[in-house]
Design a protein around this ligand. Structure first.
Ligand code: DSN
Length: 422
């Protein structure tokens, strides 16, 4: 992406050009701490913005319903082979458009409608597709749940086992979108075997940490593993499904023609680029730094007497109970946004408030680590985070915090080479 490319958009569609420019500048001027976001490389962006968007490729490599896929097949096979190598998976489908679709397609492949799934309670960190009543998952399948311990706010595998013995699920789901500790996949596998359940992991949040070998590996234990590709894995917005070879045919059919039509081959090419980048030894260093930064940030927050759920983190994210500041998540998120600290409001375990204005703020370190920030900045950001929530009514203080945030941002420019035209 260079100035000339952007000048086409500027001439053809100034309104969209302005959106792109403003979004780039918004990112440049703030600290991206939404735990599910990251900054992709220019190589990933180029693949995602490529001519592959022009092509129909329904089917799979060498078995397409349209001609002219000889180059598309190369890209999709590269994506599959690299994902297999990266995660050590027997089978990979790189076509799911997003994490929700990947989960939907997995349930569709392996279950009958109405079957029981045991997953993490949504209030305790599970995801919408893990059984929320307004989501397809909660409407088409019978979900039951396990949650975190009221004291430690961590998963207790004895409780998971008890729930599995009670519910006799057809599938046990290990995964979350807001839990800051590692999952014991071996223990999940033992429970699944004991009750005769399929074991599925949704590693959307931690895929980059798993790929970087700094998080316990679900692949040896699980029948199926789904993940998005754009969070800690740092690829384009999309998803993949990994599985034991025996499930491959059913999953392929569930993805196409079961749930999807034409695959997004420009995004699949961008996934291939992302997997190549993640196979580079430098990605291991990145993944370790993400975890180190999360721990530095947790320590800084704890030093400011913030209520960090479960007392810390083992991965890239942190959940903060903000009740003690006398505000809800909605105003906290808005005020943090105003000083340039981008986060999202989130339910905390046993939350007494609503999802629209919960008691928690979720933060993560994947994007800031990509941007190059380290220990010193994490310590400072922990202080600025708490100072913002303590001074929610103090405009002068908030302005000062905003200036501090701007200084950090200026020291770590985002996409500095982009020649966006003004
Ligand atoms: N919406 C994502 C997250 O923020 O965790 C999960 O899909």
């Amino acid at each position: 992406m260079n100035g000339r490319f952007m000048s086409d958009i500027m001439n053809v569609d100034p309104e969209i050009y302005t959106v792109l420019l403003n979004e780039l500048n918004r990112g440049r001027d703030g600290l991206e701490m939404i735990a599910s976001e990251n900054y992709v490389s220019k190589a990933v962006l180029q693949a995602a913005g490529s001519v592959l968007t022009n092509k129909y490729s329904e089917g799979y490599p060498s078995k397409r319903y349209y001609g002219g896929n000889e180059f598309i097949d190369i890209a999709e096979n590269l994506a599959i082979d690299r994902a297999k190598q990266l995660f050590g998976a027997e089978y990979v489908n790189v076509q799911p458009h997003a994490g929700s679709q990947a989960n939907m397609e997995t349930y569709f492949a392996l279950l009958n409608l109405g079957d029981t799934i045991l997953g993490m309670s949504l209030d305790h960190g599970g995801h919408l597709t893990h059984g929320h009543k307004v989501n397809f998952s909660g409407q088409f399948y019978k979900f039951s749940s396990y949650g975190v311990d009221p004291e430690t706010k961590m998963l207790d595998m004895d409780v998971v086992r008890k729930r599995a013995l009670e519910e006799k699920p057809k599938l046990i789901l290990a995964g979350f979108s807001a839990y800051s500790r590692t999952l014991d996949f071996k223990a999940f596998k033992e429970i699944a075997d004991e009750v005769g359940a399929i074991l599925m992991a949704d590693i959307a949040h931690i895929a980059g940490l798993v790929a970087g070998k700094v998080h316990p590996d679900p692949i040896p234990y699980c029948d199926v593993v789904t993940t998005t590709t754009h969070k800690t894995l740092r690829g384009p917005r999309g998803a993949i499904i990994m599985a034991k070879e025996a499930h491959g045919t059913a999953i392929n059919k569930a993805v196409f023609p079961g749930m999807q039509g034409g695959p997004l081959e420009h995004i699949i090419a961008a996934k291939a680029v992302c997997f190549k980048e993640a196979l580079d030894p430098s990605f291991k260093e990145y993944a370790q730094k993400v975890i180190n930064n999360a721990k530095f940030l947790a320590d800084s927050l704890l030093d400011q007497d913030a209520e960090v759920i479960s007392g810390g983190t083992d991965n890239h994210l942190l959940l903060i109970d903000i009740s003690k500041y006398g505000i809800g998540g909605k105003i906290a998120e808005k005020t943090l946004d105003g000083v340039g600290i981008f986060t999202n409001k989130n339910m905390i375990p046993f939350d007494q408030r609503t999802p629209f204005d919960p008691s928690g703020i979720r933060i993560g370190t994947a994007a800031l680590t990509t941007r190059g920030l380290g220990k010193n900045e994490m310590i400072e950001i922990g202080e600025l985070f708490v100072q913002t929530l303590v001074n929610i009514e103090n405009k002068e203080k908030l302005q000062k915090i905003k200036e501090n945030v701007a200084e950090i941002c200026n020291n770590y420019p985002l996409y500095p080479e982009f020649e966006y035209l003004k």
